[in-house]
Write a protein that binds this ligand. Structure first.
Ligand code: NAG
Ligand code: NAG
Ligand code: NAG
Ligand code: NAG
Ligand code: NAG
Length: 199
């Protein structure tokens, strides 16, 4: 009896240990294909965010001098050092909340443009791309069993002039492009950190 129960409990402990190892490795890793999908999606978003306004270089100069007012827009500030200490959980949480915030702003911009009779197609496309990136970030957070961050809705002004709608398009486009550049760099680095076959 003693022999049997000893080996049984030993086996049981081994099983527990194996399960723990599997569990912990699932917790901390994200599949390489997921990084690839997100980088691809960021490229598409970057492309559409450049088209959020349709202004020539000469016209843009007029807007460069205008004061920027959308304080709720995510502002990406980073240093080279930040890229050296990236953590998957923190970067994905940032990707999640910033993507959601940009989407709220772009949907608002779409209504603003509609109200002043500007074309809205670019805002619609950008909103769709943001939603797809948001879905990927959300799925990734679930895959690494990280809680999704809490987010709050910003309060955004009413827009009654086409000039203001254009001004906000320029501001959102610039910030979104900066966000895309940050995301791409961060995702590439995390991809390398996870020893994924890189490009
Ligand atoms: C960027 O978007 C335009 C218009 O939607 C599309 O024609 C073009 O192929 C896109 N470029 C890339 C690199 O995705
Ligand atoms: C961009 O502006 C040009 C000239 O104003 C116009 O011909 C073109 O249709 C516009 N494109 C979009 C996508 O709004
Ligand atoms: C992210 O994971 C690291 C360990 O890899 C941990 O130290 C840190 O607290 C986590 N951050 C968050 C926001 O969960
Ligand atoms: C995030 O993903 C989880 C699991 O896939 C899903 O249940 C949830 O509805 C998603 N949340 C959002 C806001 O899309
Ligand atoms: C667009 O117009 C509607 C109806 O007048 C108004 O309620 C809404 O606040 C306007 N949106 C923006 C962004 O100006």
């Amino acid at each position: 009896f003693a022999v049997i129960s000893d080996s049984t409990s030993c086996l049981f402990r081994l099983l527990l240990l194996a399960e723990l190892l599997i569990h912990s490795s699932c917790q901390s890793t994200l599949s390489c294909s997921m990084f690839g999908s997100m980088i691809h999606q960021v490229d598409k978003l970057l492309n559409s965010s450049k088209r959020l306004h349709n202004l020539t270089k000469e016209e843009l100069v007029k807007f460069a001098a205008v004061e920027h007012r959308l304080s709720s827009l995510p502002h990406i500030q980073h240093t080279v050092g930040d890229f050296n200490s990236l953590k998957v959980n923190e970067s994905l949480s940032q990707l999640y909340s910033h993507t959601l915030s940009f989407r709220v702003h772009v949907d608002w911009l779409k209504t603003a443009k509609e109200n002043v009779s500007l074309p809205i197609q670019s805002a619609e496309t950008t909103s769709t791309q943001l939603q797809q990136l948001f879905r990927l970030a959300n799925t990734s957070l679930h895959q690494i069993r990280e809680e999704v961050p809490q987010t709050t809705s910003p309060s955004l002004p009413e827009v009654s002039l086409a000039f203001d709608a254009l001004k906000f398009s320029v501001e959102i486009s610039d910030r979104l492009q900066a966000f895309c550049h940050w995301s791409k760099r961060a995702l590439r680095r995390l991809q390398r950190q996870s020893r994924c076959p890189g490009r």
